[in-house]
Design a protein around this ligand. Structure first.
Ligand code: ADP
Length: 401
């Protein structure tokens, strides 16, 4: 069975057509600049084992048109991989915020859509776009079952002592201010891959997702998230590509009151101009690591800060879990940047975490889970490629089969 997985942005649609029996990707692509001039689709597909690609410039006034063009590409004589669009029986949508009550994958109903809408104040950038994607998919694929997979859902097991902020209770009860956490699909996927790989079903793990956005998660022996580094929004926790991660909130008051900056400016600085970009001048870890090796002092500081923060959370989560069996690196930087893993695991002997530096370098960019700890390390160190689209497809399959 083929499942179409959708990640809708306000002007973009990312898609993958996945065969859930084999886990194989039949076709994937990205529609960009929807509703703007110069809209286009980059479509790639596999035919007879060969990777093929096509870029088309096409007018995409809205997401429904984009879906129609994409579905034509999926069935077209040249670019297609399935005979007809009705073969797509289910569509899995990534939705960023499911709030407190949506803790599971859901088949889309008017009630679910209403809930996604009601959660817009908590995810003002993402939930409206995700909802647009769902509405457009319903129009373009009226016979398919629409399913939503929430980024927050995996974290619903975090206990109240960990998800509450120490501010007056009314802000939680009335305004829903608490930690939700994100990247749940990825944390869950790599944890399950690691459990399978290690053949251990009571694994205590710390998962470290380092992409443009970055977060860590403490997962107990029952496979439940019990702590995560992002909070009410995605700005908390680790240093990211352009986000600051944890800062003292008094900095915000200082910027507003003493420096006369507007809230909009402060938001922009902390979300778009901070993190690696703010410290080292680039939000691409490939650039920063090159500069690091060239001896650039900003890049060196950036790596020191970036990995210091990761270490701080490794220590905290080891305590929360009362010991850990494995730490798992994943996503763009976690999978491909040996330097980040090396510095994050440096001087953690006291916690029983010892990296094998040769294995760390030689097993970079893995396609499958790999182990990179030294022989005498009590804790296993794994690099596990994440695959959020496959996880969404599998969860969609679970609810429709
Ligand atoms: P997202 O899905 O959050 O957009 P990714 O998981 O694709 O992000 O990760 C993007 C990050 O991965 C970028 O900072 C990029 O520099 C980094 N990255 C990708 N490949 C490499 C590599 N070979 N070495 C170092 N960093 C890499």
């Amino acid at each position: 069975m083929e499942i179409l997985v959708i990640n809708a942005g306000s002007s973009s649609l990312k898609y993958q057509l996945i065969n859930v029996e084999t886990g194989g990707v039949l076709a994937k692509g990205l529609a960009e600049r929807i509703g703007m001039d110069g809209s286009n689709i980059n479509h790639s597909w596999t035919k007879d084992g060969n990777e093929c690609q096509k870029s088309i410039t096409v007018e995409l006034p809205d997401h429904t048109v984009a879906f129609n063009v994409i579905s034509n590409l999926l069935v077209d004589g040249e670019t297609g991989v399935i005979p007809k669009r009705e073969d797509i029986k289910a569509i899995g949508h990534r939705v960023v915020h499911g709030g407190e009550h949506y803790t599971q994958t859901q088949i889309v109903t008017s009630e679910v859509k209403k809930a996604i809408e009601e959660l817009i104040p908590l995810a003002p950038l993402h939930n409206p776009a995700n909802l647009t994607g769902i509405n457009a998919a319903e129009k373009a694929f009226p016979n398919a079952i629409q399913v939503v997979v929430f980024d927050t859902a995996f974290h619903h097991t975090i206990p109240e002592k960990a998800f509450r902020y120490a501010i007056p209770e009314q802000f939680y009860r009335e305004d829903r201010i608490r930690a939700y956490g994100f990247h749940g699909t990825s944390h869950k996927y790599v944890y399950e891959q690691a459990s399978k790989y290690l053949n251990k079903n009571d694994l205590k793990a710390i998962t470290i997702h380092l992409g443009n956005g970055a977060s860590m998660c403490a997962i107990n022996e029952k496979g439940q998230s019990v702590e995560t580094s992002m909070g009410f929004g995605p700005l908390a926790g680790l240093i990211m590509g352009t986000r600051s991660g944890d800062i003292d909130p008094s900095i915000i008051f200082h910027m507003a009151e003493e420096m006369n900056m507007s809230l909009e400016d402060i938001k922009n600085i902390l979300n778009k101009q901070s993190g690696m970009l703010g410290i080292a001048g680039s939000n691409d870890a490939r650039d920063v690591s090159k500069l690091y090796h060239d001896g650039d002092k900003h890049a060196i500081l950036c790596y020191e800060m970036y990995t210091h923060r990761i270490k701080k959370y490794i220590g905290a989560y080891t305590a929360i879990l009362n010991g850990v069996d494995t730490i798992i690196f994943t996503a763009g930087i976690g999978e491909n940047d040996a330097l980040t893993r090396q510095l994050s695991c440096r001087d953690l002997l006291a916690l029983g975490i010892i990296l094998d530096e040769a294995a760390n370098t030689s097993k970079n960019h893995p396609k499958q889970p790999v182990e990179i700890q030294a022989e005498n390390s009590r804790v296993k160190i794994l690099v596990v490629p994440t695959n959020e689209e496959l996880e969404i497809a599998l969860q969609t399959w679970e609810v429709v089969k």
